[in-house]
Design a protein around this ligand. Sequence first.
Ligand code: NZQ
Ligand code: ZN
Length: 387
Amino acid sequence: MDNFTFYSPTYFAFGKGTENEAGHYVKRFGGSKVLIHYGGGSVVRSGLLDRVKASLEKEGLGWVELGGVKPNPRSGLVYEGIELCRRENVDFILAVGGGSTIDSSKAIAVGTVYDGDFWDFYQGKAQAEKSLPVGSVLTIAAAGSEGSDGSVITNENGMYKRAYGCELMRPVFAIMNPELTMTLPPYQTASGCTDIMAHVFERYFTNTKHVEITDRLCEGVLKTIIKELPKVLDNPNDYEARANIMWAGTMAHNDVCGVGREQDWASHNLEHELSALYDCAHGAGLAVMFPAWMTYVMHHDVDRFAQFAVRVWGCEMNFENPEETAKEGIARTKEFFRSVGMPTSFEELGAKGEDIPTLLSTLQIEGRTEGHFVELGPKECEEVYRL
Ligand code: NZQ
Ligand code: ZN
């Protein structure tokens, strides 16, 4: 196991009715004037926004609001949010929604107190030294942004996605009521769960040896999703299954499963160009990318892929020919994605082979590599896209 530091200061309030405590937590974490940030309207339709406002009012807090965050959140709204926060002397950002809303909130939070252009952080030109605090009321189990130190924004000037991560970006609190996820359409539920599994895959396929504890945590999260996702697709109001999925989403990406081991992240970065170009759900893009990536890199460590097949999918170990077991694990992964309604090919996603040069160009892969389990240069990235 590698040396590591782990600091995860997010305060979690989990369970039924917790959204009514939003005001309490904003106050507790020092907010007095709040920006309520939300997406395309699901939180308005569900009545959640009204409940959150009522809880702020109860605590005597002032607020301004900014809706309209799109899935795969855009830089334009971030600039608008920064202007609004400065003008209104906002000192706390409350994200009410999914990963896109939380990521947009994080970008506004670091951008408001920075003299330069917030995009400097996302293109690696600068490091954030301060941030407004961000709290979240989560409505979809997926990106894990409620507990992560990252944020992903699409630059509208060229339509490419970039991630930025720093400890300042971890939300100070996350309110997680599984009931709020019951209004999700099945496709979004499945995309979210695919993203959760993908966050584990990025950590599971590692070159670091002797990482039994994190291997087992990873396998636990994966097995939870495999068991619970079909239940909620069957019955969207299954509270217990929704609750298990929601916490799995946080565990998958707050890095408790990833510390002390080298992580990969090539598939995520390759996917980001897909969701930026085609505006597809990030999880759906990952359902296409991951089986392809797994197939491409499997020979690098057949034993690890065989372990994955046996421990996660319950495949029988073929000691004579471990490669067969490894392949079976990948096939089971792809089959699972298909069974929950996810696309597993470019065609099904609406992506086109002829766009691969564009994807490689926005990935800006020339002269560098993606991933760590296996380092992929421009040629290898192209081959994975083609698979
Ligand atoms: O915008 P509204 O109307 O709210 O609708 C959203 C949106 O259309 C809808 N939705 C959310 N909760 C709902 C609901 N509809 C009905 N009922 C509810 N309870 O679902 C759609 C997707 O929402 P979005 O926030 O985009 O989903 P998700 O949480 O999957 O976030 C995806 C974004 O997160 C980034 C992705 O790249 C993508 O841009 N990621 C962020 C990470 C991070 N910050 O750590 C890591 C991830 O790997 C990921 O890259
Ligand atoms: Zn993801």
